[in-house]
Design a protein around this ligand. Structure first.
Ligand code: ADP
Length: 459
């Protein structure tokens, strides 16, 4: 590859005119070619004279001829590279004509076997000189033949049909060189237009990108403001709500005096509604904290068995209220103790079980803790509810996304539960997947890495 680049650098000549550069490159190739032939000729003659196959005088004559030719080629190469391609081309063509003109018996040159060789410089001229160069070469060849013809025999008429033939060859060579130049010119124009188009498109794209980045930044800013606003409002709402809850509980506990059955019923309604409101406000606050990157996971040692028992006793009442069964199971290979954020795990499970209860009409819910492999532990929340359509599975984890978004829907909630669950699971470096069959039920599977105790220390 490197060698190819060096050869290219030797052959290529930079020029403002691309046609000139192309011609100079071709001339360089020709010169290097004939130079190598001359060099090999010198070597061959040297070898032949050493082994005695060539007479001393002949060898000297040939050697000096070839050496002069080689030096000439090197000189032309340098002129072509550093001075002018047209000058070098013209000298090379003139050299070829001269060599052919004096290479044979003058009679043969004028009307014999050597005549057709003049086609070579004419064709070479159309390649290494501007296209009209072939006519000059035809003219020079004709003049040389005329001079030789007259010098052999004064009054001798030069071979006019042959000269006419030279010009015919020059015409064909000129035509092909012209059409090549035109085609290349068109190609260059197309290339330039394409370059321009690419440049325009790149600029447009860069501008569009910059606009997009600006819009993105604006959106991010809006998002930050929204999160801050939600966080602030939720905070402000939570304090009075917990106040209302506390006072209602105290009134219900008859701290301020006895209450009637009717008052007790009303207080129960107040408490149910306040608890619901507090849970929504908590969800909003969690979502805002997660979005702002302010929610971190606390690693501590906990017992999965105790967690399962705790959940069972917390959620059983609700399940029973919906005429559903609730079963919890911890597989024997689940470690006695795990490291993780017990509070957040409880929140994830309450959310999933709550949903399962909320959407299931009959049957039951199962919670199973197990160990899918050496590195992970997992839990499944399985229900016998209505299932989730396949094309909605990806959507349900988006904040505020509900499959039934209408205001008349039967189930309560703001559509934040699963979004928070997913984000919490991801903060714990775990994953959540859903498998569901319409009319049969849904299984949410959360898989979490078994964290070693070192992380607990780090946290
Ligand atoms: P919310 O329960 O407040 O509507 P979630 O984020 O918890 O919000 O759930 C989003 C949606 O996913 C729900 O509205 C419901 O359509 C669907 N969904 C969640 N869990 C289940 C489930 N176990 N069975 C059927 N659909 C479910």
């Amino acid at each position: 590859m490197k060698r190819l680049i060096t050869v290219n650098r030797l052959i290529n000549v930079s020029s403002a005119d691309p046609d000139d550069a192309r011609r100079r490159q071709l001339l360089n190739i020709l010169l290097i070619g004939v130079g190598i032939i001359a060099f090999l000729g010198i070597v061959a003659i040297g070898v032949a004279s050493v082994i005695g196959a060539l007479g001393g005088e002949d060898a000297v004559r040939l050697l000096s001829g070839l050496s002069i030719a080689l030096l000439g080629f090197i000189l032309l190469f340098l002129i072509n590279r550093y001075v002018s391609g047209t000058l070098a081309g013209a000298l090379f063509v003139a050299f070829l004509i001269a060599v052919i003109g004096f290479s044979d018996d003058p009679q043969m040159v004028v009307e014999g076997r050597t005549l057709f060789l003049f086609a070579i410089p004419i064709l070479v001229a159309s390649v290494v000189l501007p296209s009209w160069g072939s006519f000059i070469a035809a003219g020079l060849s004709s003049v040389l033949i005329a001079v030789i013809a007259i010098s052999i025999r004064p009054g001798y008429v030069p071979p006019l049909p042959t000269m006419f033939g030279f010009f015919a060859i020059a015409l064909v060579a000129w035509l092909s060189a012209r059409s090549l130049e035109n085609a290349l010119q068109e190609l260059r124009a197309i290339n330039a237009e394409l370059d321009q188009r690419v440049e325009d498109r790149t600029r447009e794209l860069r501008e569009a990108n910059a606009q997009l980045a600006e819009a993105n930044e604006h959106l991010r800013e809006l998002d930050r403001l929204k999160s801050r606003f939600v966080s602030m409002v939720s905070h402000e709402l939570r304090t009075p709500l917990t106040g209302i809850q506390g006072f209602a509980e105290m009134i219900q506990a008859e701290v301020y005096g006895p209450i009637s059955d009717q008052q007790d019923k009303a207080l129960k309604r107040i408490l149910v509604n306040t608890t619901q409101l507090i849970s929504i406000v908590n969800d909003l606050l969690d979502q805002a904290r997660i979005e702002a990157g302010q929610l971190s996971i606390r690693y501590e040692s906990f017992s999965p068995h105790a967690l399962a028992d705790d959940l069972h006793s917390t959620m059983l009442l609700l399940a029973k209220a919906h005429n559903l069964t609730l079963e919890t199971e911890v597989a024997p290979d689940v470690p006695e103790y795990l490291v993780g954020d017990r509070h957040r795990l409880h929140q994830i499970l309450v959310n999933l079980i709550n949903n399962a209860i909320k959407f299931t009409k009959e049957g039951g819910i199962e919670l199973i803790f197990y160990r899918p492999d050496e590195e992970n532990w997992a839990f499944d929340v399985i229900d016998t509810g209505p299932g989730i359509p396949e094309d909605s599975v990806a959507d349900i984890f988006e904040p505020f996304r509900q499959l039934d978004g209408s205001s008349t829907r039967r189930h309560k909630g703001v559509g934040l539960g699963l979004a928070i669950v997913k984000q919490l699971v991801e903060l714990m470096e775990g994953s959540i997947i859903v498998e569901s069959e319409l009319g049969k039920g849904t299984t949410f599977t959360v898989t979490l890495p078994i964290v070693n105790a070192r992380m607990e220390d780090d946290a």
